[in-house]
Design a protein around this ligand. Structure first.
Ligand SMILES: CC(C)(COP(=O)(O)OP(=O)(O)OC[C@H]1O[C@@H](n2cnc3c(N)ncnc32)[C@H](O)[C@@H]1OP(=O)(O)O)[C@@H](O)C(=O)NCCC(=O)NCCS
Length: 163
């Protein structure tokens, strides 16, 4: 059952970069725990500090944050692309990441972030949404499946180091 969410959502600003960096490093670390093949470089924090202002400034990117006054609870970046360019109707809105701080989960923040990101991607011309999700993230696969997302392609991987 839905409850009214205490958080509000808006586009990220440059002043959000420090708390957003903490959230994103939290997201990436959580994904790496679920899928060890997605393990992180040691300088992931510095890379994130540099990437976020670029995302904020790019016209084809969206970066939504959820906040209660003074605190960011989550974020959702997306990008509008045409992929692959040889197929029809492939104006894609990618839900690149979606993250809510563990202490703020289960209150509708994720739903609110995704709704705002979806609307913004539609405004940029997207006709389909895609979300890359690690195969080990069963919770996320279940949630996306419940709201109509279906597998399109599997990215297969094998190691060359063990040959
Ligand atoms: C996924 C995530 C963003 C959800 O955030 P949240 O704020 O806790 O989610 P919400 O409270 O908005 O709940 C969203 C919906 O999921 C439902 N839900 C909650 N737990 C669920 C579960 N285990 N399986 C299926 N649905 C579930 C809720 O009931 C709600 O549905 P509703 O809109 O019908 O009420 C959060 O758990 C997270 O950051 N996880 C780690 C990162 C991650 O996996 N991101 C996903 C992209 S890879």
């Amino acid at each position: 059952m839905s409850v009214e969410c205490e958080a509000s959502v808006r586009s990220a600003r440059r002043a959000d970069v420090p708390p957003l960096t903490d959230l994103r490093v939290g997201y990436l670390a959580e994904m790496a725990r679920l899928e060890p093949r997605l393990r992180l470089l040691p300088d992931v924090r510095e890379r994130t500090v540099h990437a976020l202002p670029v995302w904020i400034d790019q016209d084809d990117r969206i970066l939504i944050v959820a906040e209660v006054p003074g605190v960011l609870w989550g974020y959702a970046p997306g990008v509008a692309t045409v992929w692959p360019p040889i197929l029809r109707n492939q104006h894609v809105g990618e839900v690149s990441e979606l993250y809510v701080h563990p202490d703020a989960r289960g209150r509708g923040v994720g739903r609110l972030l995704l709704a705002r990101l979806t609307a913004a991607l539609r405004d940029l011309g997207a006709v389909v949404l895609r979300a890359p999700v690690p195969v080990g993230n069963h919770d996320s696969l279940t949630r996306f499946g419940a709201i109509g997302y279906r597998p399109l392609q599997l990215v297969l991987q094998r190691s060359l180091e063990e040959d």
